[in-house]
Write a protein that binds this ligand. Structure first.
Ligand code: SOE
Length: 387
């Protein structure tokens, strides 16, 4: 049976729009993914057209509703700020379009719940949906999950996850949309904290049952945005505005599997650019990962003789490692963009094979509930908050 060519409309052309569009193009080449980006949607027609020309996208739209209404578009790829995820995804699913939605799923639990309801209704008609927790597609993390699933680290005692960035540590960095609660929902917590919440569950299969949290906004006002090019650079005006989101969040929790968990999400760890780190300690061993060394996984086998003990540095580039075989020979390594190539290839494969892609919108809602609990706990000075 001929496999349907999936026509994709990418909504948004900033950082995520760029990397998703590049991801679809590469997935077609390296995974044989039967999909192509036929439309890019952006409110600024001139910028959207410039993006489309750079990325060989034939059509430009300025209203996402036109993409949802177009019968020749099969997939809506939502790469916009969080305040538009609910409306776009629900309309697209109702129109029978498969939806890939960037994280966090929504800016609230209520919005995420509506998206899950729409996804489950659409699923009855074979319409698929997925939330873009891209780090699940890092070969080293997918391999860490394989080790955990095989019982190689045993009963999990500790989950220790950090996501450290520093891109707004300069107090004169302007008030971009990620610093506005109405647009982004929250700050470092929902932007990068969402990733480590999802990863903790992805790797261990365990979920938080309660948290105690603190958040902080270190820089209270910033220069208002004067201009922004594709979401990658921004310039500020003389006028200042209030920052309405967290700059950093730290929280502890227990999981339903009996593990203790510690999390930290910050944009003020000066010197750390995209240091997403996770370590699991179990009864039989440990795994440790740092995204700034994304082709490596550290594994400690506690069952080995103590005299030979030590963390083993596994270079996760062997054809038998997840995803690695689709790319380069051993030792040549992958980059950030490959996680998106892997992600859209998996999404399209699930659509073509008629199965549910992961992570589902329900997984996105589970993350949203943790984000809400962290904010609730922090609002009461780290009061224990049950999930
Ligand atoms: C934050 O700057 C950000 O772009 C996140 O939004 C992405 O999800 C993360 O992968 C990289 O950092």
């Amino acid at each position: 049976m001929a496999v349907q060519q999936l026509n994709v409309a990418v909504i948004g052309y900033a950082f995520m729009g760029r990397i998703h569009t590049a991801g679809w193009a590469q997935a077609a080449k390296f995974f044989g993914t039967p999909a192509r980006v036929t439309h890019v949607v952006g409110r600024n027609a001139e910028n959207a057209r410039a993006f489309a020309d750079d990325f060989d996208v034939p059509n430009v739209l300025t209203d996402w509703r036109d993409a949802v209404a177009d019968p020749d578009i099969h997939v809506i790829d939502v790469c916009t700020p969080g305040d538009s995820h609910v409306d776009i995804a629900i309309a697209a699913l109702a129109a029978g379009k498969h939806v890939l939605c960037e994280k966090p799923l929504a800016n609230s639990v209520e919005g995420a719940e509506r998206m899950v309801a729409a996804a489950e209704a659409a699923r009855e008609a074979g319409v698929r949906s997925m939330v873009g927790f891209s780090y699940r597609r890092v070969p080293a993390l997918a391999y860490a999950k394989r080790l955990v699933d095989e019982g190689r680290i045993g009963e999990i005692r500790h989950i220790r996850a950090l996501y450290l960035q520093d891109w707004i540590a300069d107090p004169e960095f302007p008030l971009v949309w990620r610093l506005d609660k109405d647009a982004a929902g929250s700050g470092a917590l929902g932007d990068v904290g969402a990733h480590i919440i999802d990863l903790a569950t992805f790797l261990t299969g365990q979920r938080l049952t309660g948290v105690s949290a603190l958040t902080e906004t270190f820089v209270k006002t910033r220069p208002k945005l004067a201009s922004q090019t594709g979401g990658l650079t921004a310039t500020g005006s003389e006028e200042r505005g209030e920052v309405t989101v967290d700059d950093a969040a730290v929280w502890i929790g227990r999981t339903d599997g009996g593990a203790l968990a510690t999390f930290e999400a910050t944009r003020f760890a000066v010197g750390r650019k995209n240091a997403m780190r996770i370590e699991l300690n179990g009864s039989k061993g440990s795994v440790a990962f740092d995204f700034e060394r994304m082709n490596e996984l550290e594994f400690f086998d506690f069952t080995e003789p103590a005299v030979e003990g030590g963390f083993r540095r596994i270079l996760v580039t062997d054809p038998d490692h997840p995803y690695a075989g689709a790319w380069w020979p051993p030792g040549h390594g992958l980059g950030y963009e490959h996680t998106f190539n892997n992600e859209v290839a998996d999404f399209a494969a699930a659509i073509t094979e008629g199965r549910d892609p992961e992570p589902s919108f329900a997984e996105g809602l589970a993350v949203q509930r943790v984000l809400q609990a962290v904010e609730e706990s922090a609002a009461h000075e780290a009061r224990w908050t049950t999930l």
